[in-house]
Design a protein around this ligand. Structure first.
Ligand SMILES: Nc1nc2c(ncn2[C@@H]2O[C@H](COP(=O)(O)OP(=O)(O)OP(=O)(O)O)[C@@H](O)[C@H]2O)c(=O)[nH]1
Ligand SMILES: [Mg+2]
Length: 447
């Protein structure tokens, strides 16, 4: 491991109330000395917030007055001495502060994921946990976040370690059998088979829980569609609680689809308001608008048909082309006579009075965040972990094939060794520079 001290911003570039910078490595005390002077360095205590004025070590110029926090290794995120600094969130200050820190001999900019990589190398977490740090940051809904937290807390690592122990125990016994082969009666093939099958089942269970990362940061797409003037834009504004989109009584007000973000209890969604879809386009621009509405509808995870409740004959869904609604709402319920609107499976909503909005949000939430209900599930998201598990599973299959022909115990022992190696690489007991490189290169700077 490169022994140099590393520095990086932890917060994204841009203006904010406060920014955060992290420094980790053997030179952390020197950084405090260079920025805040001898007195401050002498008083430095772990886990005690200090207020100080940072100066550029070369020019002596003031950079900012800020709060900083020292963690003494090994009791820190990386396991090394670590310093966190919280300057004002001005990009200019952040830049100058990082430059000032880099002027200390032996300090360089951190690579993406390098703090977490050091945490792994220093035994603060295993590789499954290190990989889950990225999941915690990128999860787009509660269910994923919960899973990421469980991975980070070691729930999967523990399962893998248990399996590892079983395989290790088995290998040890097999080797014992090899040593005493001459004295023993026939190996007990049947009991070996049972144990290997049980291990294979557990591996396969974890393997099948794989869900991948490509959906991790994808927000569900919910599209509102319907005839012109049905009240789609008004409904979007009402759901959002803001007058974001232009509304008027002229049909065809919305020309292009408009996307807003909505936070629901299960997570964030993309809510799209579309241009009204009529049976006939009034002009070529109108035709283009309708095409765009239909195109976005094709991508929708949930399509909500907005039907104008004040139009005497409710337009059939065909007017919105073949888009079949997942749900239908009747708009402008405040203008309707109550008995007239009691159609089944159709929710009356009013953007004016707010009627039906809470129900609609609940419905959308439950439809797009179905997973948030199965709470005890744990799934893997890493392609690398899946490949290791598949390797382990193949080894189990080979061992079971071998067993059919009453093999030499050595052969069985060899296969189980391979299974064990695959399991060990999941948690990083065995790892290579290449593997670490590919894992941490996908991380953010500062993590
Ligand atoms: N009373 C009442 N009027 C509504 C309600 N929702 C919409 N309206 C009115 O209906 C008209 C059309 O509303 P919009 O939200 O622009 O309809 P739209 O479906 O987006 O229309 P296009 O963009 O043209 O397709 C406006 O005059 C709104 O004020 C409602 O809940 N109650
Ligand atoms: Mg509109």
């Amino acid at each position: 491991m490169d022994p140099r001290t590393i520095v990086a911003p932890m917060t994204p570039a841009g203006v904010s109330a406060v920014a955060a910078i992290r420094v980790s490595g053997p030179q952390v005390r020197d950084v405090v000395l260079a920025l805040f002077g001898e007195k401050a360095a002498g008083r430095l205590e772990p886990r005690r917030a200090c207020l100080g004025t940072a100066h550029d070590p070369k020019t002596g110029e003031t950079v900012d007055s800020l709060l900083y926090l020292f963690f003494e290794g090994p009791n820190s995120y990386t396991g090394e001495d670590t310093l966190e600094l919280y300057p004002h969130g001005n990009p200019l200050i952040v830049r100058e502060l990082i430059q000032a820190i880099r002027k200390v001999e032996g300090v360089r900019l951190a690579e993406p994921g390098e703090f977490t990589r050091r945490a792994f190398l220093n035994g603060k977490m295993d590789l499954v946990q290190a990989e889950s740090v990225a999941d915690v940051i990128h999860s787009a809904n509660r269910a994923e976040l919960k899973n990421a937290h469980r991975l980070l807390s070691g729930a999967l690592s523990q399962k893998i370690q248990e399996l590892n122990e079983q395989v290790k125990d088995m290998s040890a016994r097999l080797e014992l059998d090899v040593d005493f082969a001459e004295e023993e009666a026939d190996p007990d093939y049947d009991s070996w088979r049972k144990r290997i099958v049980a291990i294979g089942e557990k591996i396969s269970e974890i393997l099948q829980s794989f869900r991948g990362k490509e959906n991790l940061s994808r927000l569900p797409l919910v599209v509102l569609y319907g005839a012109p003037n049905a009240g789609k834009s008004s409904l979007t504004n009402a759901l959002l609680g803001e007058d974001r989109i232009l509304v008027s009584n002229i049909p065809g007000t919305t020309r292009d689809f408009v996307e807003v973000r909505l936070f629901l209890p299960g997570g964030e969604i993309r809510l799209v308001d579309t241009a009204g879809i009529a049976d006939q386009a009034t002009d070529s621009l109108d035709a283009l608008s309708m095409e765009k509405s239909k195109a976005i509808l094709k991508e929708a995870d949930l399509k909500i048909h907005v039907v104008d409740g004040t139009v005497a004959a409710l337009p059939a869904a065909t007017s919105a082309d073949s888009a079949s609604a997942d749900f239908t709402v009747v708009s402008k319920s405040d203008l309707l006579e109550s008995p007239a609107r009691q159609a089944k499976d159709i929710l009356p909503v009013s953007s004016k009075t707010g009627e039906g909005l809470a129900e609609l949000k609940r419905f959308i939430n439950d439809a797009v965040f179905t997973e948030s209900r199965d709470t005890e599930d744990l799934w893997i998201t890493s392609e690398r972990e899946r490949a290791c598990l598949a390797e382990a599973f193949d080894g189990v299959k080979r061992a079971l094939d071998l067993l059919q022909n009453r093999p030499a115990v050595e052969l069985l022992a060899f296969e189980m060794q391979l299974v064990r190696r695959s399991l060990q690489s999941i948690v990083g007991e065995i790892s290579s520079e290449d593997i670490l490189q590919s894992i941490f290169a996908g991380f953010c700077i500062g993590k």
